[in-house]
Design a binder for this molecule. Structure first.
Ligand code: NAD
Length: 295
């Protein structure tokens, strides 16, 4: 029987509805959660992401500000902007859209955001909190969304073999830190595979939960999936497809058709992990507002 779908659109919708209720409660106490997104330059993909984030905030009743800065912005100007937002009491979450133009140092910019407002979870303080399992920090939105999908699809994680393909700071490493904790929706035995892994299939075939974030279209095929595994495909790749109007389509890092024949549950692309990222960003921002108000 083909795997059951884990529908990211449905799960993200319920999270966004819950966020809207939490926002209403905070607004009743005189606090409107506020998110500032800083966009430097005019990368068209980033513009779309930023617009979607702003719309999602508005829909949830949050305050949202988008700061567009030219591609010629200097490091000092960007740091001054972040400082201004750090000092602004109406802003609880700050996100600097990546990638930044090449002349800017992303690490320095990320470190300049107050950890309490770093709703993207990339500041070293939040990275460290995630690793030690301190839940008052902020976890990067994509891995946090994956954990939420596992929980809301009723996937048991305790004692399971969880294999993660990819070790980026954005997905693979924080995913590892989440799944290994001795706590709810975690407590798995975690293996992290990467570009130097000797025999990837040997590892993926052991996985009860297989999370793939490698940035390689359809890299994980059905023969690499253990029968009955839960497969989470984080990948988003644009491939050419002359049969579509635009000439391209989006595929994941997992070969969906063959993997679906072996898995018990699987996320599609698009409509899987993708929609979760914004939902988790809103959730993080509401918690930042709650924590700033002392709950
Ligand atoms: P990245 O390029 O930074 O990292 C890819 C990782 O995969 C690396 O750690 C590398 O070691 C590993 N890898 C590459 N080839 C491999 C191989 N053959 N065997 C084993 N490991 C291999 O990518 P990223 O930023 O982590 O993103 C991964 C994918 O997830 C991309 O497709 C990206 O578009 C997507 N993504 C989606 C979302 C979302 O919202 N759904 C968010 C972030 C990233």
């Amino acid at each position: 029987m083909p795997a059951e779908l884990i529908d990211g659109n449905v799960i993200a919708r319920s999270i966004r509805d819950e966020v809207a209720l939490d926002v209403a409660k905070l607004v009743a106490r005189g606090i409107q959660p506020g998110l500032a997104v800083v966009l430097v330059g005019d990368d068209p993909a980033s513009e779309v992401y930023v617009r979607n984030k702003g719309r999602a905030c508005d829909e949830a009743g949050m305050h949202s500000v988008t700061i567009n800065m030219p591609a010629t912005t200097t490091q000092q100007e960007l740091l001054a902007q972040v400082k201004h937002l750090n000092d602004d009491p109406a802003i609880h979450g700050i996100l600097v859209q990546m990638p930044l133009p090449k002349h800017l140092d992303a690490d320095v910019v990320i470190r300049s955001i107050l950890p309490a407002k770093d709703v993207d979870g990339f500041h070293p303080v939040n990275v460290g909190k995630n690793l030690i399992g301190d839940r008052d920090g902020f976890v990067p939105c994509t891995p946090a969304g994956v954990q939420e999908m596992l929980a809301r699809s009723g996937t048991v994680t305790k004692g399971k073999e969880c294999v993660i393909v990819g070790r980026s700071n954005i997905v693979g490493k924080p995913m590892m830190a989440l799944m290994v904790q001795n706590g709810a929706n975690a407590n798995a035995t975690v293996t992290v595979c990467h570009s130097a892994t000797r025999d990837l299939k040997e590892h993926t075939l052991r996985a009860d939960i297989l999370i793939v974030a490698a940035g390689k279209p359809k890299m994980v095929t059905g023969d690499m999936v253990r029968k009955g595994a839960v497969v989470i495909d984080v990948g988003i790749n644009r491939i050419e497809d002359p049969s579509t109007k635009s000439g391209f389509r989006l595929v994941g890092d997992v070969d969906f058709a063959s993997a679906r024949e072996r898995a018990s549950k699987i996320t599609p692309v698009p409509g899987g992990v993708g929609p979760m990222t914004i939902a988790m960003l809103l959730k993080n921002t509401v918690r930042a507002a709650e924590q700033s108000a002392g709950r």
